[in-house]
Design a protein. Structure first.
Length: 582
């Protein structure tokens, strides 16, 4: 039986509007799961439920897993309750049900994939360089005007036509089609215009628990405020602003910080770290914006007394990554830590294959969709692989994705039985070359597969003259002349689990390892560098990325960085860090 601390019990016994600030390794997921269990065991309202929400499917699944392990026999998590992401909650219970009220004439809205953006052809060159890659920044304001990053569009048309972005968004609007990242804002407009909807949701889910709240957007937090004002019995907002690393997905830690300062909310904290050793806690708290001027969190777990200081590897400019990893492996062996992917991780700020990236590799959206399909299939995500492959084949032979009125299935059924179409997609999908193949050979093989499919099933291309016109990659790259020898998987892979886990920091968020090394490759620019770690502001997403990495290990933390003249003593004092030169 899990023994809860006094801090955790205060949260479990709380009610009303509660904000819980939980430090790394504080057992946050466990207490959220237990909070849900406490409600479930005493719930007797068949038409009302508890909503337990998080930012990602992985986090939501972990809450469900822990809750199911702790629940007594006979209890389950099912309707009328909901456990899932905040996005899916907003989509399914509010926007898709009531969003028709924002459309004229009224119609059921649909949420579409951003894949269709790549199929849209702008007729103005500057649109490609300024806007096409960030179409998600365009959002409808409450006054009906289109904005980009909050500013009203000022681009002019060509006299006869409006700017392409407005044309494109209006075309989507006429069909009731929206991107996921604009749903929260539109839902806020909906609840503000029709407050009775918020009352309906507050009655259906009188208790809402939101985990990973530091990753919510400003619009999502505003939406939750609407629900609170509509009569929620209790709302629990749980998170850690120091671990907000999704600003590129509109995460806004300031929204959580405001709740931490709001006297209208009950303020609770979890300050004990049950993951890391005290020596790791003592070395890492200075990288936290909240704890930097306080004291380190108290290590209270099984490895609290583990007697190994964090290591700062300082390597020469020409040192290979493999030799750095080998040196880290030696330290793991000295600590009797098994060098395996479940025990050891090496993480970087960006993509693990960043050195292989080729700009504008995919010359058509169909080619990129097929490449994604190959990778998803190799990764075991059969559903996603099928979806990518179907979209590619649909756009090649039937219609542009942007022109779909309802669904691919309905469009296909106008031409041939959908069951027959599915078999064709599966045939292509299972014939695609492996994502481990080199780019040059992969594209050659894909062309042959598509041509054979067209011939076998008497299909014709929608546009272009030949398969080679529509399935192609760039021919030359001055930065990486051998890019055709790079495996396809390198363009999508964010994490590998071979001898050890090799991942971006984002890929290990929420995970725990016995040992972890943060590998710093840069010396300048807007990335993790020795200078930035030594003196950079803690109130930035970049520092939070470093902090998330440093707080993953139980026993051994290492940071590897290039040697430099930077003064490291302030944040890397030798009494807390072992310096090792490579």
């Amino acid at each position: 039986m899990f023994s809860f601390t006094a801090e955790q019990i205060r949260f479990l016994e709380s009610s009303g509007k509660v904000v819980l600030h939980a430090c790394p390794g504080s057992g946050k997921t466990t207490v959220v799961a237990q909070k849900m269990i406490n409600y479930l065991q005493n719930w007797n309202r068949s038409h009302q439920g508890i909503a337990v929400l998080s930012f990602t499917n992985v986090a939501s699944d972990e809450i469900s897993r822990q809750a199911l392990e702790m629940l007594p026999k006979g209890f389950s998590i099912e309707d009328p309750h909901f456990v899932g992401t905040l996005d899916s909650f907003i989509d399914n219970y509010i926007f898709l049900r009531f969003g028709y009220l924002l459309l004229k004439p009224p119609k059921r809205p649909t949420i579409i994939s951003s894949d269709i953006v790549n199929s849209y052809r702008y007729w103005r060159k500057e649109c490609y360089t300024r806007c096409l890659s960030s179409i998600g920044d365009f959002k409808w304001a409450s006054n009906g005007k289109l904005t980009k990053n909050g500013n009203e569009i000022t681009c002019s048309g060509n006299g006869r036509y409006e700017p392409p972005c407005i044309q494109f968004k209006k075309a989507l609007l006429s069909k009731g089609q929206f991107f996921q990242d604009e749903v929260a804002r539109l839902t806020c407009i909906l609840l503000e215009k029709y407050p009775e909807i918020a009352k309906c949701i507050a009655s259906r889910f009188p208790v809402i628990i939101l985990d990973e709240a530091q990753d919510t957007s400003q619009e999502q937090m505003k939406l939750l405020d609407f629900l609170c004002a509509a009569g929620l019995e209790s709302m629990y907002i749980v998170g850690d602003p120091d671990q907000s690393i999704y600003e590129w997905r509109n995460a806004n830690p300031e929204s959580f910080l405001k709740k931490m300062r709001d006297t209208g909310w009950q303020q609770l904290v979890l300050t004990k770290n049950f993951r890391s050793s005290q020596l790791i806690c003592n070395a890492t708290f200075v990288f936290s914006d909240i704890y930097k001027d306080k004291k380190a969190n108290e290590a209270s777990g099984l490895f609290a007394g583990y007697n190994k200081k964090p290591i700062l590897f300082l390597y020469e400019k020409d040192t290979t990554e493999s030799s750095i990893v080998e040196r880290f492996k030696e330290e793991c062996a000295a600590c009797d830590i098994s060098f395996s992917p479940d025990k050891v991780a090496v993480v970087t700020r960006g993509r693990i294959h960043s050195g292989n990236i080729v700009k504008n590799l995919w010359k058509t959206p169909e080619t990129e969709l097929l490449a994604k399909s190959s990778f998803a299939w190799m990764s075991g995500d059969r559903s996603k692989a099928y979806s990518f492959c179907e979209k590619a084949l649909f756009q090649l032979t039937i219609k542009d994705l942007k022109d779909i009125n309802v669904s691919i299935e309905q469009e296909v059924s106008k031409i041939l039985p959908y069951s027959q179409w599915k078999q064709i997609v599966i045939e292509v999908l299972t014939s695609l070359p492996l994502a481990t193949e080199q780019c040059g050979q992969w594209i050659t093989n894909v062309k042959a597969i598509i041509q054979e499919t067209l011939t076998t099933h008497n299909l014709t291309l929608l546009k272009g003259t030949t398969v080679a016109d529509l399935i192609k990659i760039k021919t030359h790259d001055t930065q990486n002349r051998n890019f055709k020898q790079i495996p396809i998987k390198n363009y999508f892979e964010v994490k590998t689990c071979n001898e050890y886990t090799y991942s971006s920091v984002h890929g290990v968020k929420g995970e725990t390892y016995d040992a972890l090394m943060l590998l710093i490759k840069g010396t300048r620019g807007n990335t993790l560098t020795p200078s930035f770690l030594a003196s950079g502001s803690t109130d930035t997403e970049l520092m939070r990325i470093a902090y998330v990495a440093m707080t993953r290990p139980r026993k051994l933390l290492a940071i590897a960085m290039p040697k430099s003249t930077v003064q490291l003593d302030i944040r890397f004092p030798r009494k807390k860090w072992d310096y090792i030169e490579i």
